[in-house]
Design a protein around this ligand. Structure first.
Ligand code: HEM
Length: 458
C-alpha cells in the first residue's frame, strides 16, 4: 500500500507553520489545507507546530473513519481548554473528557436530547424563543438590525433554557433575562479570547501571564460560576417540575453537580455554533431574494411550529449552509488501530483530521459545488434515495458521525430550521455590508466582518 503523501518543504519542529503564517496564518488554515489537498490529493500528512496529522477529504474515507473509531472515540482537544481544566482541576460534563464518566453522561443524555422522540418537547421550546425574536425584530424593520451578535447569543441561550425549563418557560422569562444576558455575554467573551489564544501557545501565554490567557481564564471562570448558579436557580423555579429537560435529568438520578457540568457544556457548545450557522444562512438568504420568496410561499402553506421546523426547503437551506460553512471546519480522531483509508495504510495512534471545508466544496461530491443551492438536497436524483445535486452525502457531516458526534444536533436542527422558516415567513432580508464577506477561521468558521442585515415586513 502506498505511503501517505507528505507536505513538502516542512521544517524541523515547526513543519508547515511558517508557510501557513505566510499565507494568512490560522485565520486562513482552511484555505491553506484546501490548497494542499488540491496539490497532494484527498489524503496527505502535515505537521503544524506541535501537531502532526493526516488530513483527509475523501467522503468514503471519512465515513470509514467513524466506523473504526471504537466505543470511546478520542479527538484532539483544544490546548487552551486542556490547560484550563488541568490548572483548575475542573471536571466537565461531556466536553473535553474521555473515559467512563463521559460514557455514562453521554448514554443518559443521548436518551434525553438526541433521540428523535424528544422533538415533541424540543420544537415547542424553540418556538417560544423564536416567536419572541420575531416580535422583537419586527420593531427594527426598515433599518439595520442592531447588535446582531448580542441578539443571537441570547436567542441561542434562551433556546437551551426553554428546553431545560419546559413548557412554562415564558412565565419565568422576565426574571431570567438579566442572568441570561450576562451568561451569553461571557460565553461570547470566551469565544473572542479563545480566538486570540489560537495565535500563541496557551502554555506560553500562561507562563508569561499574558493578557489573552488571563482574559480567557477569567471569562471561563465567570461562565462556569454563572452557569452553576443559574442551574441552581432554574431548579428552584416553581414550574420546573414538569416535562422540561432538567426534571428529566433529575428523574434519571443525575446529581446537582453533574447536571451543572452538563448544562454548562451545553451552553458552551450551543452558543457560537448556532449563532454563526444562523449568520451564514442569513447571509446567503439575504443575497438570494428568489430563495426568500420560495421559503415565504412554502411557509404560508403550513402553520404549526412542528410543520415549520420540518419545512423541506428550510431544512435544505440549513444543510446547504453547513456544507459550505461547516462551523467546525476540522474534525479529528486518534486512530485506535492500524487501518486503510482511501488506499493508504495509517498507523494506530495517528491523528486523522477531516477537512470538511474541502470535502464540502469538492465537485466530485456536489454538482456546482461552489453554488448555494439548497434544493440539491431534494430526493430525486438518479438512483434509489439519491439527492438532486449530491453525489456523496457523507462529504458533508457538520455534526460528525458516531458515538461522539454532536449531542445537540436535534436541538440545533430544529432551532435553526424553525428560525429560518419563521424569519422568511415574516420578513424580507437585505444585506447592508458592501465588502465581500469571506470565511475566516477563529476556532470556528465566522464571517470576515460583522454581518449587517436589514429587514422589511412581508
Ligand atoms: C449548528 C450547530 C452545531 C454544530 C455544527 C455542532 C457541531 C458539533 C461537532 C462537530 C461536535 C464534535 C463532534 C465530534 O468530534 O465527533 C460537537 C460536539 C458537541 N456538541 Fe455540537 N454542534 C452544534 C450545536 C450544538 C448544540 C445546540 C448543542 C447543545 C444542545 C451542542 C452540544 C455539543 C456537545 C455537548 C458536544 C460534545 C459531545 C461529546 O463530546 O460527547 N452542539 N458539536
Amino acid at each position: 500500500m502506498a505511503a501517505v503523501p507528505r507536505a513538502r518543504w516542512e521544517l524541523p519542529l515547526v513543519g508547515s507553520a511558517l508557510a501557513l503564517a505566510w499565507r494568512g496564518g490560522p485565520a486562513r488554515l482552511h484555505a491553506f489545507v484546501h490548497e494542499r489537498h488540491r496539490r497532494l490529493g484527498a489524503v496527505f500528512r502535515q505537521r503544524l507546530g506541535p501537531v502532526e496529522g493526516v488530513f483527509v477529504a475523501d467522503a468514503g474515507a471519512m465515513r470509514a473513519l467513524f466506523a473504526l473509531e471504537g466505543p470511546r472515540p478520542r479527538g484532539m482537544l483544544p490546548p487552551a481548554w486542556l490547560l484550563y481544566n488541568g490548572l483548575r482541576g475542573a471536571r466537565r460534563g461531556l466536553f473535553f473528557m474521555d473515559g467512563e464518566e463521559w460514557f455514562q453522561n453521554r448514554s443518559i443524555m443521548n436518551k434525553l436530547i438526541l433521540r428523535t422522540n424528544n422533538m415533541e418537547t424540543i420544537v415547542p421550546a424553540c418556538d417560544i424563543v423564536v416567536s419572541d425574536l420575531i416580535e422583537r425584530w419586527r420593531s427594527s424593520c426598515g433599518k439595520e438590525l442592531p447588535a446582531l451578535d448580542d441578539e443571537l447569543y441570547l436567542w441561542s441561550l434562551e433556546v437551551m433554557v426553554s428546553i431545560l425549563v419546559g413548557p412554562k418557560y415564558r412565565e419565568h422569562r422576565a426574571e431570567l433575562v438579566p442572568a441570561m444576558k450576562h451568561i451569553s455575554s461571557v460565553v461570547r467573551a470566551i469565544f473572542e479570547h479563545t480566538s486570540r489564544l489560537s495565535l500563541l501557545p496557551p502554555q506560553l501565554a500562561y507562563a508569561l501571564g499574558l493578557a489573552p490567557w488571563k482574559d480567557f481564564e477569567a471569562a471561563v471562570d465567570e461562565t462556569l460560576a454563572s452557569a452553576n448558579a443559574f442551574v441552581e436557580n432554574l431548579l428552584s423555579l416553581r414550574h420546573v417540575n414538569g416535562s422540561g429537560l432538567l426534571s428529566r435529568m433529575l428523574a434519571e438520578g443525575l446529581d446537582l453537580k453533574t447536571i451543572q457540568r452538563i448544562v454548562a457544556d451545553f451552553i458552551l457548545a450551543a452558543g457560537d455554533t448556532t449563532v454563526y450557522t444562523l449568520q451564514w444562512a442569513l447571509y446567503e438568504l439575504a443575497r438570494n431574494p428568489q430563495l426568500q420568496d420560495e421559503l415565504y410561499e412554502q411557509s404560508l402553506l403550513v402553520n404549526s411550529a412542528k410543520e415549520l421546523s420540518e419545512l423541506p426547503l428550510a431544512k435544505w437551506t440549513l444543510r446547504e449552509t453547513l456544507r459550505l460553512y461547516p462551523v467546525a471546519i476540522f474534525l479529528s480522531r486518534y486512530l485506535p488501530e492500524e487501518c486503510e483509508l482511501a488506499g493508504y495504510k495509517i498507523d494506530a495512534g495517528t491523528l486523522v483530521i477531516l477537512s470538511l471545508y474541502t470535502s464540502g466544496r469538492d465537485a466530485k461530491n456536489f454538482a456546482e459545488a461552489e453554488r448555494f443551492w439548497p434544493a440539491r438536497w431534494a430526493r430525486g436524483g438518479a438512483g434509489a434515495g439519491a439527492y438532486a445535486g449530491v453525489a456523496a452525502p457523507f462529504a458533508s457531516i457538520p455534526f460528525a458521525l458516531g458515538s461522539r458526534s454532536c449531542i445537540g444536533r436535534r436541538v440545533a436542527e430544529a432551532q435553526l430550521a424553525l428560525t429560518i422558516a419563521q424569519l422568511m415567513k415574516n420578513f424580507r432580508m437585505e444585506i447592508v455590508n458592501t465588502n465581500p464577506i469571506e470565511l475566516t477561521l477563529r476556532m470556528i468558521a465566522v464571517p470576515s466582518e460583522p454581518l449587517q442585515l436589514k429587514l422589511t415586513s412581508r
